[in-house]
Design a protein around this ligand. Structure first.
Ligand code: SF4
Length: 682
């Protein structure tokens, strides 16, 4: 019997139909019958030989098969002993932006109630946190796209800052087909190929570019002063800084011609309908929050956010990147996008959980800080994440994981992090379980169970239930049924910024399009969030005064190039799943490094040669791809690959002061040849 479901990978959450193991595209608003290569091949993972089906426990240095009871008894016993000896914060939890809303919710509850630890964060910190922080301070609410994706079809001009949807979510491009694109990217990406205007700033200088374009908007008389007066505050303070960034000065810093900055300003200002959209390229910086604020300031000066047919938004990356940050697996949050340090929020959620608010721990460290602090005498539980590949300064993170007394990984496949674990718990995946996700436009989707899981596999909810009861929690406090968990999530989120109280499985089964907030069973949802007012108490958006300061690690004589990282069409995130799909491996089998031919030549390299790319933190071996259109001062590596091909061996864990986002998108490196013959013999 065919079942309507959604793709397991990115935040576009394309609609598909699964008939046994056959994937068919479905006419759903975000994809309208389109799927990318990853979606078409998604069912391969259901029967992959790499699929985990038995719990594993490390014995004598090897991971060996065991029973569920033995694995869960062992984990619960170790957790209880570590807590008794070192306190509740000796146990940490690391979640993922691909987990369903129900899993993210129950994981946060498990950490704070069953473990009593403050130390829980998730890999979405590495993905959306700068955009979330900037959205919150500008608009008072963080919803990636505060409008349906289909609204983009009416755009005349769209500025994409650090986004490459032609590779990351190809079906999304159909919504942009009527618009002139301005693409901001140091690479001539597949998206930039189709742009009316491609701006190539040096990595780490996007903020200066946004200031230069804002300056041109003001100087050339394009500011929407009536909108600023009516709907915003803070323009004068923001302009005080942008006034010093005339386009010629911004050109000296960014390398983007002043004329192109003015052209971008004129294109946006001359459009009847225009959007500014950001993504990881501009967000994953040690000043990522300020950089997104600079793009928001530009959009506000043009009067775009909260206007029908125009707007500002950020393109969420992971499948449940939006919902995953709303329901309590983030270090500082409770369900419903409530703040953990808000006494009223604590009282409300503690009431739903049936615990004393005073028992709830306070905010804990952010993802990288949590990983960096792992020590002997501690344990870490990882759900749906692969930080050995996806965390910055990956060699250091791998060392910290090895220092733990206990590393437990719940996953579908034996990821690189699972390989390093003491206990591995095999769990169900997308098509084998019910659950909700919230896509990039804030729409809550029901991803229905379409096939039975392999024997021996349990759901993450079941795992949390098994551990919680072994730790002395009442069984009914940790339900295993996804709909039951969701009904509790609805109550916990009621009255919060991300209010799901009016969403039910029945409404989703009936096909209702529900974008949060949905504050009540009869509420129709909120597809367009800011049409009447923004979410600050005075209803106005805030322009935030921000200035350029450059990358945390600029190139120098020893490391003269800037490395930037990103994704390719055939792979998803750390690649743990897509590297098990033969068609995707055939398309892109291994890591590579894109280099301008002149830069390669100066390093003694040519197309196809094996290169060593070294930063202050590590070295990656990668084949050179000479790319004429790349800036000569930049190299690019995809981050999906394991072992010596991990791009994150290079990356800089310098953190954004607001979002705690690491600086994935720029670090200083040098290139050198590797003797292929010697390497091959080694
Ligand atoms: S990976 Fe993203 S764009 Fe590709 S099919 Fe899946 S949801 Fe759609």
């Amino acid at each position: 019997m065919p079942v309507d479901t959604h793709c397991p990978y990115c935040a576009l959450q394309c609609g598909m139909r699964l008939d046994g193991r056959r994937v068919e595209p479905r006419d759903f608003p975000v994809n309208r019958g389109g799927l990318c290569q990853k979606g078409w091949t998604a069912a391969t993972l259901l029967d992959s030989p790499g699929r985990l089906t038995t719990p594993l426990v490390r014995t004598g240095g090897e991971l060996r098969e065991t029973t569920w009871d033995h694995a869960l008894d062992l984990v619960a016993g170790c957790l209880a002993a570590l807590r008794a000896e070192h306190g509740p914060d000796a146990v940490a939890v690391f979640g993922g932006g691909g987990l369903t809303n129900e899993k993210a919710y129950l994981l946060g509850k498990f950490a704070r109630v069953a473990l009593g630890t403050s130390r829980i964060d998730y890999n979405g910190r590495f993905c959306m946190s700068s955009a979330a922080a900037a959205g919150l301070r500008a608009f008072g609410l963080d919803r990636g796209l505060p409008f349906p994706v289909t609204d983009l079809a009416g755009a005349d001009v769209v500025l994409l800052a650090g986004a490459n949807p032609a590779e990351t979510m190809p079906p999304f491009l159909q919504h942009l087909s009527g618009a002139e694109l301005i693409v901001v990217d140091p690479r001539r990406s597949a998206t930039a190929e189709s742009a009316a205007l491609h701006l190539r700033p040096a990595p780490g200088t996007d903020l200066a570019l946004a200031l230069g374009i804002l300056h041109a908007v003001v100087a050339d008389g394009h500011v929407d002063t009536a909108y600023l007066d009516r709907r915003t505050t803070g323009f004068a303070q923001a302009w005080r800084i942008a006034a010093g960034w005339w386009p010629e000065r911004a050109e000296r810093v960014t390398g983007v011609a002043a004329a192109d900055q003015r052209r971008a300003a004129a294109l946006l200002a001359g459009a009847g309908n225009a959007y500014v959209l950001t993504a990881r390229g501009t967000e994953q910086h040690a000043r990522g929050s300020d950089t997104v604020s600079a793009w928001i300031n530009l959009a506000l000066a043009l009067g775009l956010p909260g206007r029908a047919g125009s707007g500002f938004g950020c393109l969420t990356g992971q499948g449940n990147g939006q919902g995953g940050r709303e329901h309590g697996q983030k270090a500082d949050q409770l369900p419903g996008y409530r703040r953990l340090d808000d006494p009223a929020a604590r009282a409300h959620v503690a009431g739903v959980w049936g615990v004393d608010p005073a028992e709830l721990p306070g905010p804990g460290p952010s993802a990288y800080e949590l990983l960096d602090s792992l020590s002997p005498g501690q344990a870490l539980l990882v759900f749906g994440s692969n930080p050995v590949v996806s965390a910055p300064h990956a060699a250091h993170v791998t060392e910290r994981l090895a220092a733990l007394d206990l590393l437990v990984v719940a996953d579908v496949v034996l990821s690189e992090t699972a390989r390093a674990a003491d206990v591995v718990l095999p769990v169900t995946q997308w098509a084998e379980e019910d659950g909700t996700l919230t896509n990039l436009e804030g729409r809550i989707l029901l991803r229905r169970k379409a096939v039975g899981p392999p024997a021996g596999v349990r759901t993450d909810l079941d795992v949390l239930h098994g551990l919680a009861t072994r730790l002395g929690q009442p069984a009914e406090r940790f339900p295993v049924d996804a709909e039951e968990v969701f009904d509790e999530l609805r109550r916990a989120s009621a009255g919060g910024p991300a209010d799901y109280s009016g969403v039910s499985y029945d409404r989703l089964r009936a096909g209702e399009a529900l974008h949060w907030p949905v504050p009540g069973p009869g509420h129709p949802g909120t597809p367009r969030a800011f049409l009447d007012s923004f979410a600050h108490p005075d209803g106005r958006a805030r322009l935030v005064p921000v200035d350029h300061s450059g990358p945390a690690e600029p190139p120098d004589a020893e490391f003269p190039l800037s490395a930037t990282t990103g994704r390719v069409l055939a792979h998803y995130q750390s690649g743990a799943q897509t590297r098990l799909v033969p068609e995707l491996v055939a398309a892109v089998p291994d890591v590579f490094v894109e280099v301008h031919p002149d830069t390669a030549g100066r390093a003694g390299l040519a197309d196809g040669d094996l290169a060593a790319v070294a930063s202050r933190r590590g070295e990656v071996r990668a084949r050179v791809r000479c790319v004429e259109s790349l800036r000569p001062d930049v190299v690019f590596l995809p981050f999906h690959f394991p072992d010596a091909g991990r791009a994150n061996l290079l990356t800089n864990p310098a953190l954004d002061p607001v979002s705690r986002m690491p600086e994935f998108k720029v670090c200083a490196v040098r290139l050198s040849p590797v003797d292929d013959a010697v390497e091959g013999a080694a």
